[in-house]
Ligand binder design. Structure first.
Ligand code: ADP
Length: 645
């Protein structure tokens, strides 16, 4: 050993260590899953690196070795993986990277509540301190000749030095197990305990996890006959995990529990999946897919740098995890394994992305998933609705982003409506449409309650037409690409030129138009004053066909972005040129009638108040709320001075 240096842990690491050391958590055994999974990842990394640089590959079989020693109360985990150099040990083991959307404090709370989540937050290694009061790590990076030795008692610092590793690159971790009288520690030097834990968490890993296992056999005499009362102990090499690639088994042979365990191990998840799709494709594309719909949204979901997608295997050989080219963006929540028979094993990962076979595979996969959801919709509605509750907002994105699948996605999309609190499909909506109803109507906004009270809903409520209520942030974007479904127009209630009054005859129509024109003329002057007063905000002022109880509302031209969309783009730092809106006024409303008779200056003030009210109604924050309240207060003061006659 040389140049041993004692270094204090980063403050965050100290907190994590404090937490795990004092944890009363009973399932401490997960430490082994974390360490084996690190060993596995390192071994896989070395295999992949070895494909490109053969001198870095290990010779022979990749293995993970466990070794226990009752005398010294130690447990050792050794791999022949990629290893770490000194600098890497210092960064990976001594510090915590600040990644993910949640702050460190939030992570800490989460781990405190659910210690088994520790691996999820990239600090799995420290779980070793749940069972050990001293941990040694001896590692050497593939290609290096020097090794690094790290040791810590978890008490605030670690010691690091250079030390050659006689068995070459890889990592050996030695745990000096805690001896506590208060707590009933499981004996992690016990073969059966170790076997059980490996089976439970690491059975599917396709690298053998081996251990020398004690076998007691009757002692034999020189004729090969057992000597009564005498036995001898031998050590035999044993592989603890089955390594069977579950996805290659026929679906009928796999038990639900096996799927769930596999999901947790292979997808690094902590709760059962909502749905399992196990599928074998034959014919032009030969592959097996074992996919899962998670039941929990990851904390870093929607983080731009986070990669998604299933792991890709070729004929059971692991190629790469999170292959996002396998799955469209709008299905990015799906996890699992895809194993292809067609793609040649020797293609490099960079070329793979452009390989037409991978693209064809992705297409087939997408089709299969959508079909599966469609089937669930009819056969297993309540389970499908659970998927939609969690992932619907993501799936919907596909309507706007993937034109080739638009119809298939529309078919499986669920909506809230004015009818009741249940989810409905567009087909179900259409089946309930009134005989005189020409289109599918929708309104987007912040909340269902808010939308139900919107002025835009007034006339349509009289007609008893059902309206889709869209409250997801993506809805403004998605709905603008809906346009038509099953031959029916899909129309926003905030769209300009909306009318529900279908004329029954030509004569009727003529009469209606004449009435409207007369009214319009009557209000021309007022409309001009309002537009003049608000020319920075409005492009037009119109008489409304959709209002009943409200004096005004704002609407948009068909192809203009909605107010919410503009606001969202603004929040994303993309300031669109401001779109002027259209103000509709209700000529049958007392305020508007009264307004017509007011002097011009008063009309301007009222116009300003009404405009700001309509902004509030649609959920747009006012730029200057104080100016608005002042105007309202002045008006109220004026009214209170008018003596009641
Ligand atoms: P995570 O594995 O979730 O990133 P850990 O705290 O378990 O978090 O490990 C931190 C990092 O240390 C790993 O990402 C890896 O780079 C490195 N590491 C841990 N164990 C090994 C090992 N056996 N071989 C090589 N590198 C390892």
């Amino acid at each position: 050993m040389s140049s041993a240096k004692t270094v204090a842990f980063q403050a965050e690491v100290k907190q994590i260590l404090d937490l795990v050391i004092h944890s009363l958590y009973s399932q401490k055994e997960i430490f082994l899953r974390e360490l084996i999974s690190n060993a596995y990842d390192a071994t896989e990394k070395r295999r992949l690196v070895g494909l490109e640089e053969p001198e870095l590959a290990y010779d022979g079989q990749a293995e993970i070795w466990l070794k226990t020693d009752k005398e010294t109360q130690t447990l050792q985990i050794s791999d022949r993986g990629i290893g770490m150099n000194r600098h890497e040990v210092e960064t990976f083991i001594g510090t915590i990277a600040h990644s993910g959307t949640k702050s460190f404090a939030q992570k800490l709370t989460k781990i405190k509540e659910n210690p088994e989540l520790i691996g999820k937050f990239g600090v799995g290694f420290y779980s070793a301190f749940m069972v050990a009061d001293k941990v040694e790590l001896h590692t050497q990076k593939a290609g290096d000749t020097k090794g690094t030795f790290w040791v810590s008692s978890g008490d605030g610092s670690y010691t690091i030095s250079s030390k050659k590793k006689s068995d070459g690159p890889g990592t050996t971790i030695t745990l000096y197990l805690k001896k506590s009288e208060e707590e009933d520690y499981e004996n992690y030097t016990d073969t059966w305990t170790i076997k059980r834990i490996v089976k439970k968490y690491s059975d599917f890993l396709d690298i053998p996890i081996k251990m020398m296992v004690e076998k007691t056999e009757p002692k034999l005499d020189k004729d090969g006959k057992p000597i009564e009362g005498e036995s001898e102990t031998k050590f035999e090499e044993e592989t603890l995990n089955s390594m069977k690639a579950l996805w290659r088994q026929p679906a009928s042979k796999v038990k639900p529990e096996e799927y769930k365990e596999f999901y947790k191990t292979a997808c690094k998840e902590w709760s059962d999946p909502l749905e399992i799709i196990h599928y074998k494709a034959e014919g032009s594309q030969e592959f097996v897919a074992l996919l899962f719909v998670p039941s929990q949204v990851p904390f870093d979901y929607n983080h731009r740098e986070v990669k998604w997608g299933p792991s890709l295997y070729i004929k059971k050989v692991f190629i790469s995890e999170r292959v996002s080219d396998l799955i469209p963006n709008y299905l990015r929540f799906i996890k699992g394994v895809v194993d292809s028979d067609d793609i040649p094993l020797n293609v490099s990962r960079e070329i793979l992305q452009k390989d037409h076979r991978l693209q064809a595979l992705a297409k087939a996969l997408q089709f299969k998933i959508l079909k599966h959801f469609e089937k669930m919709l009819t056969k297993n509605r309540s389970d499908y609705e659970k998927i939609w509750d969690l992932w619907g907002a993501t799936i919907k994105e596909g309507m706007a982003s993937d034109f080739s699948q638009k119809e298939n996605i529309e078919k499986i999309s669920l909506f809230r409506t004015t009818l009741d609190n249940r989810w409905t499909t567009l087909d179900e909506y259409i089946s309930r449409m009134k005989s005189d109803q020409k289109a599918i109507y929708y309104l987007t906004g912040e909340s269902i309650a808010h939308l139900k009270d919107s002025p835009h809903m007034e006339k349509i409520r009289e007609k008893s037409y059902e309206v889709l209520l869209l409250v997801d942030p993506v809805d403004d974007w998605v709905s603008s690409s809906l346009k038509e479904y099953d031959g029916k127009k899909v129309v926003s209630l905030t769209q300009d030129d909306l009318s529900f009054d279908g004329a029954t005859s030509e004569e009727d129509e003529k009469k209606q138009k004449e009435d409207h024109d007369a009214l319009d003329k009557d209000y021309q002057e007022l409309k001009d004053v309002i537009l003049g007063a608000l020319s920075d905000e409005l492009k037009e002022v119109k008489l409304s066909n959709r209002l009943v109880d409200s004096p005004v509302c704002l609407v948009s031209s068909t192809n203009d972005p909605t107010a919410r969309m503009e606001r969202m783009m603004g929040n994303l730092g993309q300031n669109l040129p401001k779109t002027k809106r259209i103000l509709e006024i209700n000529p049958h409303h007392a305020i508007i009638k009264k307004m017509k008779a007011l002097p011009k200056e008063k009309q301007k003030t009222w116009a300003d108040i009404l405009y700001h009210q309509s902004l509030l109604n649609e959920g747009t924050p006012l730029k200057n709320p104080i100016a608005f309240t002042k105007k309202v207060n002045t008006l109220m003061t004026e009214l209170s001075q008018v003596s009641p006659s």
